[in-house]
Structure formats: C-alpha cells, structure tokens
Ligand binder design. Structure first.
Ligand SMILES: Cc1cc2nc3c(=O)[nH]c(=O)nc-3n(C[C@H](O)[C@H](O)[C@H](O)COP(=O)(O)OP(=O)(O)OC[C@H]3O[C@@H](n4cnc5c(N)ncnc54)[C@H](O)[C@@H]3O)c2cc1C
Length: 466
C-alpha cells in the first residue's frame, strides 16, 4: 500500500516548502517532493540567496578598495574569488539544511525525487537512481517554479554562455562580460562582476532598462550604474552568439540597423524565465496552461482539475520568492477551510544593487494608463542627513498618492537601504494609509527613512529639508 496524504506539494522552493509547513501547521498530513536534492528551490540554491551573498561580498570588496578616500588606510586589497564562492556556498548550505529541519519539525514528509502525475490522486516519485515509488494525494499543490530562458538556438554551457546559475559560480573574473537583458537579474549579476573587475556591457532590446519599473526611477538607476562603469547598449538586438577560441562573439544590430560586434569572455543571457511544467505529466490529468505556458488557476489557485492547485513562479504574476510564499500560505489556509488571500496590489520588488531600488504599488505609467489622477511627492537623499553623513546620497524617494483621497498607491525608492525601507510603505499601504498619515508619523533622526516622511510631506508641497 502506498502512503496516503491529505496534501502533497510538488516542489520545495519558497512557494512549496512554505505551503507544506503551513498545511502541516493547520493539521493536514502533508508531503513535499523536491527533485533538486536540496530544499529552498531556485531562491535558496541558485537565486535570491547566492546572488545576495555575492552582491554583498563584492560590495564589501569594492568599498574596501576605496576606504582610503575616507581616511582609512588598509593597504592593498586582494580578491580571493574561490574563498568568496565558498562563503556563498556555505550560506546556501546552512539555509537549505535549515529548511529541511523546518519540514522535519513540522512533521512534513520530505520525498527526494521528481514528482509526476500518475492520476489526479496518485503521484509518482522517481529518485536519482530512477527508482519509482507512488504516494496517494487528496489534494496536490504544484509549486515547480521556473527555469531560465535562452535566446533561440543558443544553449547555456554555464561556463562561457551562462544563465544566472552559471554567473553565480564562475571560477575566475571575466575580463569582459556581456549581459544580454537589462532586467533585475542581469543588473545584479553585472554589478557583482563589474565590482570584482570585469568590463561589463549590458545589451537591451528596449529603450530603457528594468521593464515595468517606474520610468523616472529606471532612468536614474541607469545613470548611477553608468557612473559605476557599466556600459549600456539600448535598442540593440542580439542576432547571434558564436563561441571562438577567446570566448564569445555577439553579433547585434541597433535601431539604425547598424551592426555591432561584441567579443567577450563570458556572456550572461538574462532575458527571462519560463514556468517549469516539464516532467509533471500534466497531460495525463488534463491540466490547462495559459498562453504563456503557465498553469492556469482561478483566484483560489485552483486549476481546472478540482483537487489540484498551483502557486509561485509556475502561475501568473511576478516571479518573486515572497509572492510564491504568500500564495503558499494562502492556498494552505484555503484548503484548511480558512480564508487565505494575497493582496497583489502590495507586493514589493527590490533590486539589490548599490544603491538598492525598491518599489511597491503602481508606477506613474500604470496610473496614467488606468486614468487614475494622482499627486507626486519626491525627496532626494542628497538632502537626507544620514545619507550625506555616510556619503551615500544618490537617489530619491517618490510617493504617488490618489489626488482625491490622498491614499498612497505607489512608492518607488532608489537609494541606500531602499530594500528595507520599502517594508514601511508596504505596511502603510496594507493599512490604507494616506500620504498625510505618513507625513505625520514621527521618524527617528538621523535615518534614511526620514526621506520617506519628507517625500510624504512633499506630496502637499511642504517638505522641510528641500
Ligand atoms: C539569480 C536570481 C536571483 C533572484 N533574486 C530574487 C530576489 O532577490 N528576491 C525574490 O523575491 N526573488 C528572486 N528571484 C526569484 C525567485 O528565486 C523565484 O521567484 C522563487 O524561487 C519562486 O519560488 P517557487 O517556489 O515558485 O519556485 P522555485 O524556487 O523555482 O522552486 C521550485 C522547485 O521545484 C522543484 N521541482 C521542479 N519540478 C519538480 C518535480 N517534477 N518534482 C519535484 N520537484 C520539482 C525544483 O527543483 C525547484 O527546487 C531570483 C531568481 C534568480 C534566478
């Protein structure tokens, strides 16, 4: 007799493992299947965590090299890349093992192997020796995430032509690196290798970087990255990528049909990710996908098959770990008869470059398209005393509030610690705050978050320090 579970989660990423823990907390007999050999998904293994580790270490390296400008002499600063990589790997191991401990603590049965549908209530698990076992599931939650996409006809070798996964484990600093795609993953990884010494060129098809970001912030972001030495080639299309004995040649054409060739040692292709539904045998149960090959769900994460649900990167919405986690919790609560819910209007997004870029809610462009009238409050870090005191005064805070009700509907920050500061605004928006509420909230001095208060004051043109 195969084991029987009330809920089986396929995929142990931030969507899947969080969902499994919440299901178990709510009293359901739960299993979680993961094929990677370690828990935590893309995020912990080859995404958020290793990238943030390298962003932090490369920033410390860069800062240490420039400390003498601030009166701190520490002599020659040298890079030990292999030690840096070991440090990153250690962080990943500790965290993935931590998730395994959490599953155990919550009595979630963890199956190592690839899950696929045998029928709508039977899941087959194949381990790395190809040994198959079967478990029974009353409810199934698909949380199989996403995988990187390449350009047509170009295969990742993860050494010279790399996805983000390869870019996180290069064994030497490439003399020259080309990043195809100016989204957040490309810019984060480009920043890492630029700080460690690579000449970095970003090729972007559009006329701006970070598509979907508030345009004013996006322009400022590009200016700052250019100042840091990253080269941008906008409105440029990659025609082909060919390996040669020195590395790679990338043939491109720009909007004036001018052909430009880039030779480099490593090319990072970061043009997006696609939902991972391969190997699930979805057709055997007749699960419907949408036009982008994501699993189609209703607002309660239910697929077209009654007992099967899906969450995270494999369904519609921003491909972000915290979005996957929120969905994991919501679906678990719904399955336990509670009223799980995700507020998609308040999902923050952060880019962990230096300075950081963070946003929550609508952009100006979206508000214009939706014909929502709004007021804008802005405050530069140049006028923030803490930022000035530590020489990190680039960027600004921008608050968008409804013209009539003053309710905050969008916040965009580029500047020091933006990724932490955005949480204040996410809470404010969850509570339906107005810009007046924020302007009247006492913020400690001297802090970066005073720039938020001043931006809120500026919505009604009464900022004090600018
Ligand atoms: C370089 C990089 C940096 C990123 N940085 C951030 C960041 O800073 N912040 C942020 O919010 N997001 C970030 N992301 C995105 C984030 O990693 C994803 O949005 C998040 O991991 C999605 O979670 P998930 O649970 O839906 O899927 P995943 O994390 O992809 O997990 C799915 C898991 O399912 C497993 N699986 C697939 N098929 C099967 C099967 N048939 N059987 C068993 N297991 C299976 C996979 O092995 C995988 O481990 C980053 C991504 C990358 C690539």
């Amino acid at each position: 007799m195969s084991d029987k579970f009330q809920a089986v989660v396929i995929g142990g990423g931030p969507g899947g493992y969080v969902c499994a823990i919440r299901l178990a907390q709510l009293g359901l007999k739960t299993a979680c299947i993961e094929s990677r050999g370690s828990l935590g998904g893309t995020c912990l293994n080859v995404g958020c965590i290793p990238s943030k580790s390298l962003l932090n270490l490369s920033e410390e390296f860069h800062k240490a090299q420039h400390l003498s400008n601030k009166g701190i002499e520490i002599g020659e600063v040298k890079l030990n890349l292999s030690k840096m990589m070991k440090n990153k790997d250690k962080a990943v191991t500790i965290l993935t093992k931590g998730v395994e401990f959490l599953l155990k603590k919550n009595k979630v049965a963890y199956f190592k192997g690839a899950g696929s549908f045998k029928s709508k209530n039977e899941i087959s698990i194949k381990d790395d020796q190809n040994k198959e076992s079967l478990i029974q599931a009353e409810k199934v939650i698909i949380a199989t995430g996403s995988v990187p996409v390449s350009l047509p006809g170009i295969k990742f070798d993860e050494k010279i032509i790399v996805s983000s996964t390869g870019a996180l484990k290069l064994d030497q600093v490439p003399k020259k690196m080309v990043v195809v795609g100016g989204g957040y993953i490309g810019l984060e990884m480009g920043s890492v290798w630029s700080r460690l010494g690579s000449e970095v060129h970003v090729i972007e098809f559009l006329d701006h970087i970070t598509p979907g970001m508030d345009k004013e912030i996006s322009k400022e972001f590009m200016k700052i990255l250019q100042k840091q030495g990253i080269n941008f080639h906008l409105e440029t299309k990659v025609e082909s990528i060919k390996k040669n004995n020195k590395g790679v040649i990338i043939l491109t054409s720009n909007k004036n049909k001018k052909k430009i060739n880039f030779d480099c040692n490593v090319v990072l292709i970061s043009v997006g990710r696609k939902p991972n539904t391969k190997n699930l045998n979805l057709s055997s149960v007749g699960i419907v996908l949408d036009e982008k090959k994501r699993i189609k769900t209703d607002k309660n994460f239910k697929t077209n098959i009654k007992n099967i649900y899906a969450i995270g990167d494999v369904i519609e919405g921003p491909m972000l770990a915290h979005k996957a986690e929120e969905e994991g919790i919501a679906v678990a609560e719904l399955l336990a008869g509670q009223s799980g819910h995700v507020n998609y209007d308040v999902i923050p997004g952060v880019i962990y470059t230096s300075p950081e870029v963070a946003s929550v809610g609508k952009t100006e462009e979206q508000l214009k398209e939706l014909k929502i009238k709004y007021k804008v409050g802005k405050f530069p870090f140049l006028a923030n005393s803490r930022a000035k005191a530590i020489n990190e005064a680039e960027g600004f805070v921008k608050i968008l509030a409804d013209e009539k009700t003053d309710k905050v509907i969008g916040v965009h920050i580029i500047g020091p610690h933006a990724g932490e500061m955005i949480a204040e605004m996410a809470i404010a928006m969850e509570f339906g705050a107005s810009s007046e509420d924020i302007a009247r909230t006492c913020h400690a001095h001297p802090t970066f978050s005073e720039a938020i208060k001043e931006a809120a004051l500026s919505v009604d043109k009464r900022a004090i320090h600018s």
